[in-house]
Design a protein around this ligand. Structure first.
Ligand code: GLN
Length: 453
Protein backbone atom coordinates (compact mmCIF):
# COMPACT_ATOMS: atom_id res chain seq x y z
CA UNK A 1 0.00 0.00 0.00
CA UNK A 2 1.04 3.56 -0.54
CA UNK A 3 1.99 6.16 2.04
CA UNK A 4 -1.12 8.08 1.06
CA UNK A 5 -3.33 5.08 1.86
CA UNK A 6 -1.54 4.50 5.16
CA UNK A 7 -1.76 8.17 6.09
CA UNK A 8 -5.45 8.32 5.18
CA UNK A 9 -6.09 5.18 7.25
CA UNK A 10 -4.34 6.60 10.33
CA UNK A 11 -6.03 10.00 9.99
CA UNK A 12 -9.38 8.16 9.95
CA UNK A 13 -8.40 6.16 13.03
CA UNK A 14 -7.41 9.36 14.84
CA UNK A 15 -10.74 10.92 13.93
CA UNK A 16 -12.72 7.88 15.07
CA UNK A 17 -10.81 6.96 18.20
CA UNK A 18 -8.82 9.85 19.61
CA UNK A 19 -11.75 11.52 21.34
CA UNK A 20 -11.38 8.58 23.77
CA UNK A 21 -7.64 9.11 24.37
CA UNK A 22 -7.03 12.81 23.68
CA UNK A 23 -3.51 12.00 22.53
CA UNK A 24 -3.40 14.72 19.84
CA UNK A 25 -3.66 18.47 20.34
CA UNK A 26 -3.44 19.26 16.63
CA UNK A 27 -3.97 16.98 13.62
CA UNK A 28 -2.31 18.30 10.46
CA UNK A 29 -4.41 16.41 7.96
CA UNK A 30 -3.78 18.47 4.85
CA UNK A 31 -0.05 18.76 5.42
CA UNK A 32 0.19 15.01 6.11
CA UNK A 33 -1.56 14.12 2.87
CA UNK A 34 0.69 16.49 0.91
CA UNK A 35 3.79 14.94 2.50
CA UNK A 36 2.47 11.43 1.85
CA UNK A 37 1.87 12.23 -1.80
CA UNK A 38 5.40 13.58 -2.17
CA UNK A 39 6.72 10.45 -0.42
CA UNK A 40 4.83 8.20 -2.81
CA UNK A 41 6.42 10.01 -5.73
CA UNK A 42 9.87 9.53 -4.24
CA UNK A 43 9.15 5.85 -3.54
CA UNK A 44 8.02 5.38 -7.15
CA UNK A 45 11.27 7.02 -8.26
CA UNK A 46 13.27 4.35 -6.40
CA UNK A 47 15.74 6.57 -4.48
CA UNK A 48 13.81 6.98 -1.22
CA UNK A 49 15.28 7.95 2.16
CA UNK A 50 14.98 5.69 5.23
CA UNK A 51 11.63 6.77 6.66
CA UNK A 52 10.05 7.75 3.35
CA UNK A 53 6.28 7.78 3.71
CA UNK A 54 6.23 6.66 7.35
CA UNK A 55 3.70 8.60 9.46
CA UNK A 56 4.87 10.04 12.78
CA UNK A 57 3.71 12.61 15.33
CA UNK A 58 5.65 15.23 17.28
CA UNK A 59 5.24 16.12 20.92
CA UNK A 60 3.74 19.59 21.11
CA UNK A 61 6.87 21.04 22.72
CA UNK A 62 8.78 20.62 19.44
CA UNK A 63 8.53 23.58 17.07
CA UNK A 64 6.88 22.93 13.73
CA UNK A 65 6.92 25.66 11.13
CA UNK A 66 3.42 27.01 10.49
CA UNK A 67 1.83 24.56 12.94
CA UNK A 68 0.84 25.63 16.45
CA UNK A 69 3.28 24.50 19.15
CA UNK A 70 1.43 24.96 22.43
CA UNK A 71 3.42 23.03 25.07
CA UNK A 72 -0.12 22.14 26.20
CA UNK A 73 -0.28 25.58 27.82
CA UNK A 74 -2.73 28.44 27.60
CA UNK A 75 0.44 30.56 27.42
CA UNK A 76 1.29 29.21 23.94
CA UNK A 77 -2.22 28.36 22.74
CA UNK A 78 -1.76 30.92 19.93
CA UNK A 79 1.93 30.29 19.17
CA UNK A 80 2.76 29.28 15.60
CA UNK A 81 6.54 28.98 15.17
CA UNK A 82 8.09 30.32 11.96
CA UNK A 83 10.65 27.48 11.87
CA UNK A 84 11.08 23.74 12.40
CA UNK A 85 13.13 22.25 15.23
CA UNK A 86 16.28 20.50 13.98
CA UNK A 87 14.75 17.08 14.66
CA UNK A 88 11.66 18.02 12.64
CA UNK A 89 13.88 19.14 9.76
CA UNK A 90 15.80 15.89 9.99
CA UNK A 91 12.72 13.68 10.10
CA UNK A 92 11.19 15.61 7.19
CA UNK A 93 14.40 15.10 5.25
CA UNK A 94 14.22 11.37 6.03
CA UNK A 95 10.80 11.35 4.36
CA UNK A 96 8.57 11.04 7.44
CA UNK A 97 4.96 12.23 7.23
CA UNK A 98 3.76 14.33 10.18
CA UNK A 99 0.21 13.52 11.32
CA UNK A 100 0.13 16.13 14.05
CA UNK A 101 1.21 17.29 17.49
CA UNK A 102 0.72 15.24 20.62
CA UNK A 103 -0.69 16.13 24.02
CA UNK A 104 1.48 16.35 27.13
CA UNK A 105 1.82 17.81 30.60
CA UNK A 106 2.00 21.59 30.45
CA UNK A 107 5.61 22.57 29.56
CA UNK A 108 6.58 18.90 30.13
CA UNK A 109 6.21 19.27 33.89
CA UNK A 110 4.50 16.17 35.20
CA UNK A 111 4.23 12.40 35.03
CA UNK A 112 0.61 11.83 34.06
CA UNK A 113 -0.30 14.12 31.13
CA UNK A 114 -3.13 15.48 33.24
CA UNK A 115 -1.89 19.07 33.48
CA UNK A 116 -2.52 19.83 29.79
CA UNK A 117 -4.57 22.94 29.00
CA UNK A 118 -6.36 20.70 26.46
CA UNK A 119 -7.46 18.11 29.01
CA UNK A 120 -5.85 14.86 30.21
CA UNK A 121 -4.61 12.04 27.98
CA UNK A 122 -6.15 8.60 28.69
CA UNK A 123 -4.24 5.35 28.68
CA UNK A 124 -5.42 3.16 25.76
CA UNK A 125 -4.95 0.06 27.97
CA UNK A 126 -7.50 1.38 30.44
CA UNK A 127 -9.04 4.77 29.86
CA UNK A 128 -9.63 5.38 33.56
CA UNK A 129 -5.83 5.36 33.99
CA UNK A 130 -3.15 7.89 33.05
CA UNK A 131 -0.71 7.09 30.22
CA UNK A 132 2.20 8.60 32.16
CA UNK A 133 3.89 11.83 31.28
CA UNK A 134 4.94 14.23 30.30
CA UNK A 135 4.97 12.63 26.81
CA UNK A 136 1.67 10.81 27.43
CA UNK A 137 0.17 11.80 24.08
CA UNK A 138 3.18 10.54 22.11
CA UNK A 139 3.03 7.21 23.97
CA UNK A 140 -0.76 6.81 23.90
CA UNK A 141 -0.92 7.54 20.16
CA UNK A 142 1.60 4.76 19.48
CA UNK A 143 -0.11 2.36 21.92
CA UNK A 144 -3.51 2.97 20.29
CA UNK A 145 -2.04 2.32 16.83
CA UNK A 146 -2.83 5.84 15.71
CA UNK A 147 0.75 6.30 14.55
CA UNK A 148 3.73 3.90 14.38
CA UNK A 149 6.21 6.24 16.03
CA UNK A 150 6.50 9.63 17.66
CA UNK A 151 8.99 12.10 19.02
CA UNK A 152 9.07 13.01 22.70
CA UNK A 153 11.31 14.67 25.27
CA UNK A 154 12.70 13.39 28.56
CA UNK A 155 13.96 15.72 31.29
CA UNK A 156 13.46 13.32 34.18
CA UNK A 157 11.67 10.32 32.67
CA UNK A 158 9.12 11.77 30.28
CA UNK A 159 9.90 9.36 27.44
CA UNK A 160 10.54 6.23 29.50
CA UNK A 161 7.76 6.46 32.09
CA UNK A 162 4.90 6.90 29.55
CA UNK A 163 6.47 4.18 27.37
CA UNK A 164 6.42 1.86 30.39
CA UNK A 165 2.79 2.62 31.21
CA UNK A 166 1.56 2.10 27.64
CA UNK A 167 3.56 -0.98 26.54
CA UNK A 168 5.65 1.00 24.06
CA UNK A 169 9.40 1.35 23.55
CA UNK A 170 10.93 4.71 24.45
CA UNK A 171 14.53 5.86 24.32
CA UNK A 172 16.13 8.90 25.92
CA UNK A 173 19.51 9.30 24.22
CA UNK A 174 22.79 10.46 25.75
CA UNK A 175 22.62 14.18 26.57
CA UNK A 176 23.87 15.95 23.44
CA UNK A 177 23.13 13.11 21.02
CA UNK A 178 19.98 14.77 19.66
CA UNK A 179 19.78 18.50 18.99
CA UNK A 180 17.62 20.56 21.35
CA UNK A 181 17.37 23.43 18.87
CA UNK A 182 13.74 24.41 18.32
CA UNK A 183 12.47 22.43 21.29
CA UNK A 184 10.92 24.64 23.96
CA UNK A 185 13.34 24.45 26.89
CA UNK A 186 12.24 23.08 30.25
CA UNK A 187 15.53 22.32 32.08
CA UNK A 188 18.26 22.78 29.51
CA UNK A 189 20.96 20.68 31.20
CA UNK A 190 18.61 17.68 31.42
CA UNK A 191 16.31 17.91 28.36
CA UNK A 192 16.83 15.38 25.61
CA UNK A 193 14.54 14.30 22.77
CA UNK A 194 14.08 10.75 21.57
CA UNK A 195 11.66 8.35 19.91
CA UNK A 196 8.67 6.38 21.18
CA UNK A 197 7.73 3.43 18.98
CA UNK A 198 6.31 -0.07 19.21
CA UNK A 199 9.63 -1.88 18.97
CA UNK A 200 13.34 -1.27 19.45
CA UNK A 201 13.81 -1.74 15.72
CA UNK A 202 11.37 1.08 14.92
CA UNK A 203 12.97 3.25 17.62
CA UNK A 204 16.37 2.60 16.00
CA UNK A 205 15.20 3.92 12.63
CA UNK A 206 13.70 7.01 14.22
CA UNK A 207 16.79 7.67 16.33
CA UNK A 208 19.07 7.31 13.30
CA UNK A 209 17.14 10.11 11.65
CA UNK A 210 16.97 12.33 14.76
CA UNK A 211 20.55 12.06 16.08
CA UNK A 212 23.53 14.05 14.91
CA UNK A 213 25.65 17.12 15.47
CA UNK A 214 23.95 20.49 15.24
CA UNK A 215 26.00 23.70 15.52
CA UNK A 216 22.80 25.52 16.59
CA UNK A 217 22.80 23.61 19.90
CA UNK A 218 25.93 24.43 21.90
CA UNK A 219 25.68 21.17 23.88
CA UNK A 220 25.33 19.01 20.77
CA UNK A 221 27.98 16.27 20.55
CA UNK A 222 30.09 16.15 17.43
CA UNK A 223 30.19 12.41 16.72
CA UNK A 224 30.04 10.47 13.47
CA UNK A 225 26.53 9.70 12.28
CA UNK A 226 25.36 6.28 13.52
CA UNK A 227 23.06 3.78 11.88
CA UNK A 228 21.25 2.36 14.89
CA UNK A 229 19.49 -0.26 12.77
CA UNK A 230 22.79 -2.11 12.37
CA UNK A 231 23.79 -4.66 14.98
CA UNK A 232 20.27 -5.21 16.33
CA UNK A 233 20.71 -8.97 16.06
CA UNK A 234 24.14 -9.23 17.71
CA UNK A 235 24.41 -12.06 20.25
CA UNK A 236 24.23 -11.14 23.94
CA UNK A 237 26.64 -13.85 25.09
CA UNK A 238 28.85 -12.56 27.87
CA UNK A 239 26.91 -9.32 28.31
CA UNK A 240 27.28 -8.07 31.88
CA UNK A 241 24.03 -6.65 33.26
CA UNK A 242 24.19 -4.68 36.50
CA UNK A 243 21.18 -4.90 38.82
CA UNK A 244 21.17 -1.95 41.26
CA UNK A 245 19.93 -3.06 44.68
CA UNK A 246 18.54 0.45 45.25
CA UNK A 247 16.04 -0.06 42.38
CA UNK A 248 14.43 -3.12 44.01
CA UNK A 249 13.78 -1.82 47.51
CA UNK A 250 10.78 -0.43 49.32
CA UNK A 251 8.19 1.28 47.14
CA UNK A 252 8.47 -1.15 44.23
CA UNK A 253 5.20 -2.97 43.51
CA UNK A 254 5.92 -6.72 44.04
CA UNK A 255 4.09 -7.70 40.84
CA UNK A 256 6.06 -5.14 38.82
CA UNK A 257 9.20 -6.59 40.43
CA UNK A 258 8.15 -10.11 39.38
CA UNK A 259 7.83 -9.01 35.73
CA UNK A 260 11.30 -7.46 35.86
CA UNK A 261 12.79 -10.60 37.44
CA UNK A 262 11.23 -12.71 34.69
CA UNK A 263 12.74 -10.45 32.02
CA UNK A 264 16.15 -10.71 33.70
CA UNK A 265 15.90 -14.51 33.64
CA UNK A 266 15.19 -14.29 29.91
CA UNK A 267 18.39 -12.26 29.51
CA UNK A 268 20.29 -15.01 31.33
CA UNK A 269 18.86 -17.52 28.85
CA UNK A 270 20.11 -15.23 26.08
CA UNK A 271 23.63 -15.59 27.46
CA UNK A 272 23.94 -12.52 29.68
CA UNK A 273 25.36 -12.50 33.18
CA UNK A 274 23.58 -10.69 36.04
CA UNK A 275 25.68 -8.83 38.60
CA UNK A 276 24.48 -7.03 41.72
CA UNK A 277 25.65 -3.44 41.81
CA UNK A 278 25.03 -0.42 43.99
CA UNK A 279 24.16 3.15 43.06
CA UNK A 280 24.47 4.48 46.60
CA UNK A 281 23.23 8.03 45.99
CA UNK A 282 20.01 6.95 44.22
CA UNK A 283 17.73 8.29 46.91
CA UNK A 284 19.15 11.78 46.45
CA UNK A 285 18.21 11.93 42.76
CA UNK A 286 14.66 13.21 43.26
CA UNK A 287 15.54 15.96 45.76
CA UNK A 288 18.47 17.12 43.56
CA UNK A 289 16.33 17.05 40.42
CA UNK A 290 13.52 19.01 42.05
CA UNK A 291 15.96 21.83 42.78
CA UNK A 292 17.88 21.81 39.49
CA UNK A 293 14.95 21.32 37.09
CA UNK A 294 12.75 24.07 38.60
CA UNK A 295 15.78 26.39 38.85
CA UNK A 296 16.48 26.03 35.14
CA UNK A 297 12.77 26.16 34.34
CA UNK A 298 12.34 29.43 36.23
CA UNK A 299 15.04 30.98 34.07
CA UNK A 300 13.82 29.43 30.79
CA UNK A 301 10.20 30.37 31.36
CA UNK A 302 11.00 34.01 32.09
CA UNK A 303 10.77 34.61 28.33
CA UNK A 304 6.98 34.21 28.50
CA UNK A 305 6.27 37.75 29.61
CA UNK A 306 3.17 38.64 27.62
CA UNK A 307 5.21 40.98 25.42
CA UNK A 308 7.08 38.99 22.81
CA UNK A 309 4.81 36.05 22.14
CA UNK A 310 2.19 33.89 23.77
CA UNK A 311 -0.72 34.85 25.97
CA UNK A 312 -1.25 38.49 26.95
CA UNK A 313 -3.79 39.55 29.58
CA UNK A 314 -6.61 41.96 28.73
CA UNK A 315 -6.29 45.73 29.46
CA UNK A 316 -3.14 45.80 31.60
CA UNK A 317 -2.80 48.79 33.88
CA UNK A 318 0.97 49.07 33.49
CA UNK A 319 3.97 46.91 32.56
CA UNK A 320 4.13 45.21 35.93
CA UNK A 321 0.46 44.32 35.76
CA UNK A 322 0.97 43.01 32.21
CA UNK A 323 3.74 40.65 33.36
CA UNK A 324 1.93 39.57 36.49
CA UNK A 325 -1.43 38.83 34.99
CA UNK A 326 -0.16 37.41 31.68
CA UNK A 327 1.95 34.89 33.59
CA UNK A 328 -0.62 34.32 36.33
CA UNK A 329 -3.39 33.66 33.81
CA UNK A 330 -1.28 31.93 31.15
CA UNK A 331 0.55 29.34 33.28
CA UNK A 332 -1.16 26.48 35.07
CA UNK A 333 -0.74 25.57 38.72
CA UNK A 334 2.16 23.09 38.43
CA UNK A 335 4.15 25.39 36.16
CA UNK A 336 3.70 28.26 38.63
CA UNK A 337 4.79 25.97 41.47
CA UNK A 338 7.99 25.08 39.59
CA UNK A 339 8.75 28.73 38.79
CA UNK A 340 8.33 29.67 42.44
CA UNK A 341 10.46 26.78 43.71
CA UNK A 342 13.16 27.53 41.12
CA UNK A 343 13.23 31.26 41.80
CA UNK A 344 13.50 30.56 45.52
CA UNK A 345 16.36 28.08 45.06
CA UNK A 346 18.28 30.60 42.97
CA UNK A 347 17.71 33.56 45.29
CA UNK A 348 20.63 35.30 46.96
CA UNK A 349 21.24 33.67 50.31
CA UNK A 350 19.69 30.33 49.29
CA UNK A 351 21.78 29.59 46.22
CA UNK A 352 24.54 27.74 48.08
CA UNK A 353 22.18 25.86 50.35
CA UNK A 354 20.00 24.56 47.51
CA UNK A 355 21.30 24.98 43.99
CA UNK A 356 24.99 24.39 44.70
CA UNK A 357 24.19 21.50 47.02
CA UNK A 358 22.02 19.92 44.32
CA UNK A 359 24.85 20.27 41.80
CA UNK A 360 27.22 18.51 44.22
CA UNK A 361 24.72 15.66 44.59
CA UNK A 362 24.47 15.52 40.82
CA UNK A 363 28.22 14.92 40.64
CA UNK A 364 27.98 12.06 43.16
CA UNK A 365 25.20 10.44 41.14
CA UNK A 366 27.32 10.68 38.01
CA UNK A 367 30.23 9.05 39.85
CA UNK A 368 27.96 6.20 41.04
CA UNK A 369 27.20 5.36 37.42
CA UNK A 370 30.83 5.74 36.36
CA UNK A 371 31.94 3.17 38.97
CA UNK A 372 29.08 0.84 38.01
CA UNK A 373 30.08 0.95 34.35
CA UNK A 374 33.59 -0.13 35.31
CA UNK A 375 32.02 -3.50 36.25
CA UNK A 376 29.06 -3.92 33.88
CA UNK A 377 28.04 -3.15 30.28
CA UNK A 378 24.51 -2.08 30.99
CA UNK A 379 22.18 -1.55 33.95
CA UNK A 380 18.63 -2.90 34.24
CA UNK A 381 15.71 -2.38 36.55
CA UNK A 382 12.10 -1.22 36.58
CA UNK A 383 11.15 1.98 34.74
CA UNK A 384 8.44 2.88 37.24
CA UNK A 385 7.54 1.69 40.74
CA UNK A 386 4.09 0.43 39.65
CA UNK A 387 1.77 0.21 36.61
CA UNK A 388 -0.44 3.10 35.49
CA UNK A 389 -2.48 4.81 38.20
CA UNK A 390 -6.02 6.15 38.01
CA UNK A 391 -6.67 9.61 36.59
CA UNK A 392 -6.78 12.08 39.46
CA UNK A 393 -5.09 9.71 41.94
CA UNK A 394 -1.97 11.85 42.36
CA UNK A 395 -3.11 15.25 41.11
CA UNK A 396 -3.53 16.72 44.57
CA UNK A 397 -0.21 15.38 45.85
CA UNK A 398 2.81 16.74 43.93
CA UNK A 399 5.30 14.68 45.95
CA UNK A 400 3.51 11.40 45.11
CA UNK A 401 3.65 12.46 41.46
CA UNK A 402 7.38 13.29 41.71
CA UNK A 403 8.07 9.80 43.09
CA UNK A 404 6.88 8.29 39.78
CA UNK A 405 10.29 9.22 38.38
CA UNK A 406 12.36 7.67 41.14
CA UNK A 407 14.15 5.23 38.76
CA UNK A 408 14.41 7.48 35.71
CA UNK A 409 15.66 10.84 36.99
CA UNK A 410 19.24 9.81 37.88
CA UNK A 411 20.09 9.06 34.24
CA UNK A 412 19.14 12.62 33.23
CA UNK A 413 21.26 14.05 36.03
CA UNK A 414 24.18 11.95 34.75
CA UNK A 415 23.43 12.60 31.06
CA UNK A 416 23.26 8.86 30.34
CA UNK A 417 20.99 7.15 27.81
CA UNK A 418 17.98 5.25 29.15
CA UNK A 419 15.32 3.14 27.56
CA UNK A 420 12.06 1.46 28.50
CA UNK A 421 10.74 -1.66 26.80
CA UNK A 422 7.55 -3.65 27.41
CA UNK A 423 8.05 -6.61 29.75
CA UNK A 424 4.68 -7.90 30.86
CA UNK A 425 1.29 -6.98 32.25
CA UNK A 426 -0.10 -6.67 35.76
CA UNK A 427 -3.92 -6.73 35.81
CA UNK A 428 -3.81 -5.94 32.10
CA UNK A 429 -1.66 -2.86 32.68
CA UNK A 430 1.82 -2.72 31.10
CA UNK A 431 5.15 -2.92 32.92
CA UNK A 432 8.37 -1.42 31.53
CA UNK A 433 11.90 -2.75 31.85
CA UNK A 434 14.46 0.03 32.03
CA UNK A 435 17.81 -0.33 30.29
CA UNK A 436 20.44 2.25 31.24
CA UNK A 437 23.52 2.39 29.03
CA UNK A 438 26.90 4.02 29.20
CA UNK A 439 27.50 7.29 27.30
CA UNK A 440 26.77 6.99 23.56
CA UNK A 441 25.94 3.29 23.93
CA UNK A 442 22.48 3.54 22.33
CA UNK A 443 23.33 1.02 19.60
CA UNK A 444 24.08 -1.65 22.19
CA UNK A 445 20.93 -0.79 24.19
CA UNK A 446 18.80 -1.15 21.07
CA UNK A 447 20.48 -4.49 20.31
CA UNK A 448 19.75 -5.66 23.87
CA UNK A 449 16.13 -4.52 23.60
CA UNK A 450 15.66 -6.05 20.16
CA UNK A 451 16.94 -9.48 21.21
CA UNK A 452 14.36 -9.60 24.01
CA UNK A 453 11.51 -8.51 21.75
N1 GLN B 1 8.06 14.17 35.87
C1 GLN B 1 9.25 14.93 35.80
C2 GLN B 1 8.92 16.39 35.98
O1 GLN B 1 7.80 16.68 36.17
C3 GLN B 1 9.94 14.71 34.50
C4 GLN B 1 9.26 15.36 33.37
C5 GLN B 1 10.06 15.28 32.09
O2 GLN B 1 10.90 14.41 31.91
N2 GLN B 1 9.81 16.24 31.20
O3 GLN B 1 9.74 17.24 35.94
Amino acid sequence: FSSTELTRHLLDRIQQLDSGFNSFITVTEERALTQAKAADQRLAGGEAPALCGIPIAHKDIICTSGVRTSCASKMLDNFVPPYDATIVEKLNAAGAVTLGKTNMDEFAMGSSSESSYYGPVKNPWNTSCVPGGSSGGSAAAVAALLVPGSTATDTGGSIRQPAALTNTTGLKPTYGRVSRWGIVAYASSLDQAGPIARTAEDAAYLLSAMAGYDPRDSTSLNRPQSDFGKGLNNALTGLKIGIPTEYFGEGLNPRTAACIQEALREYERLGAQLLDISLPHSKLAIPAYYVIAPAEASANLSRFDGVRYGYRCQTPEDLRDLYRRSRGEGFGEEVQRRILVGTYALSAGYYDAYYNKAQQVRRLIKQDFASAFEQVDVIMGPTTPAPAFKLGAKSADPVAMYLEDIYTIATNLAGLPGMSIPCGLVDNLPVGLQIIGNYLDEARMLNIAHRYQ
